[in-house]
Structures are given as C-alpha cells and as structure tokens.
Design a protein around this ligand. Sequence first.
Ligand SMILES: [Zn+2]
Length: 295
Amino acid sequence: MSQRGRGLCSLPHTRAGQCRRRLPNVDQRTEPAPAAHQNGLHRRHPHGAHLFPAMPIPILMYHQIDAPPPRRSPGRGLWVPPARFRRQMRLMHRLGYRGLSMRDLMPYLHGERSGKVFGITFDDGFRNVFEHARPALDALGFTATNYFVSRQLSGSNVWDRELGIRPAALMSVAQMRAWHQGGHEVGSHTLDHVDLRRMAPHEARRQIAASKDELEQLLGVPVTAFCYPYGSQDAAHREMVREAGYANATITARGLARASDDPFGLPRVSVYCATGLFGFLRKCLTAHEDRWREA
Ligand SMILES: [Zn+2]
C-alpha cells in the first residue's frame, strides 16, 4: 500500500502526498528538523499535533558517464553521456534540489534533517565517473557515492565480459582517494563483483566484510555504504551487511526510498543512456518509479 495520502492528516493533500499546510520559514536546505521530526516516517509540524508523511526520496543509480557505444551494443543503457549528466544535475540544482551521497542523505531519509534532496550513486567505480561526473558534481556542491570493487582498482569491469559489454577502466587507488578527499563517498561493491546469491554463505560474508576492510585500509576512514552487485541479495545477505558494520545498502529494484524502508535494501532510480530530461524529471519528482515498487 502506498504511504502517500494515507490519512494521518485530515487536510487535503497534493497528488504527491505533501501536506498543503506549510512549515514556517525554515531553511529547508540546512536546518536540522526539530526534535519532533525525528521519528522517521512521520514528521510533526512545529506548532502541534499535525502529522504528515515524509516525502519519498529518489536515489539515482548511474554506472558510466561517457560517450556510449554504438546502438544495439550490449549494456548501452548503462552509459550516460557527460553533457546529459551535467544537464540533469544542473536542472535539479536550478529546481532547488541538492544531490547527496548516501552518507549525507541518510539523515534526510531518517527525518533528522529536512530539505529538497536526492541521492546520487554510481556502481562499479568507473574512471570516466572520476573524469566526467566529478567536475559537474563539484561545480554544484553536490556529493555522490561510488561503489568500488576492491580487487579491481585500476582494473576493468571483467565481470561484464561474458555479457559482451565493452570494457572500461576503473579508478586507481589514487583516484579513489581523490574522490574521497573531494568530499564524495567510497562505498563497497564486494571484492570481485560477485552474485552473492550464488555464493556459499561463508564466501558471501567474506565478499561483504573483506571488501570493507580493504577499502578502509586504503582510505583510513570507515566505509559504511554497500551495494549488492546485480542487485542480487536476500534477507541473509542484508543481515551480513548489517553485521559487517555498514550503515546502509542499495539494491537495483525501482522505487523512491522511504524512512520505512529497510536501510539495507534501499530501492533506486535508474538513469539510462536514453533517459531524456522530461523522463529524468518524471523519475525524480513524481511517483513514476513507484509504479513498479507497489505493483
Ligand atoms: Zn556493479
């Protein structure tokens, strides 16, 4: 059942479920929510007992930011041209939204902060993200999470080879460190980009925990974000991720993220090569992506 328009508020709601009664002039970008807001799904107006559902948040999923291979090439949808990516980010900025890494986004998802925000994630640690996406993010003051395959630093997407997907270089250790030092987040995507559901439990646990250790050794800071390769996971894997000490994990299922979601199974919004500006806005600012989630 949809969380939107669920009847906790007796006042009329917009189509997106936002209460028509406005909060007083709070700086939506930077103000921590009042203590009464910190109960996750539902936030309380400062003046009293009026409740309304928190807004769902899009967490964007990208892979490569580079010129795509020719039409009909395998996996072509996973490339987004740099100019298109820049336009998407600038548009969100112009609309008053701030793009955030998972680390920076979680307080908003939990209702500890309020504001117009969205999540930005990149899978696999591609070098072209460092070269093309990072300058665009930095120019707007956005942060993002990139999920690295810890045994493939300076390597390539060898796991895509049998699918016929064109190889592309992955970031080096120095580039990963620069990504982190620039304010962006390093997350883990296992040691070898494995399908966890095909692994014996002890190997799945090793892929999850040892990749965290290796990245932390290289960076000297905690790594708290995880992403399941291929989105492949079950309840046992989520528990392994939690036990390993991560704070959140993303999947590939479509949908907007909510405070009520399992923090180790957060859905995302895929942005593809062919996603135009209209489609992009529809994915980010409407309930479009939730059609799959709630089916
Ligand atoms: Zn991946």
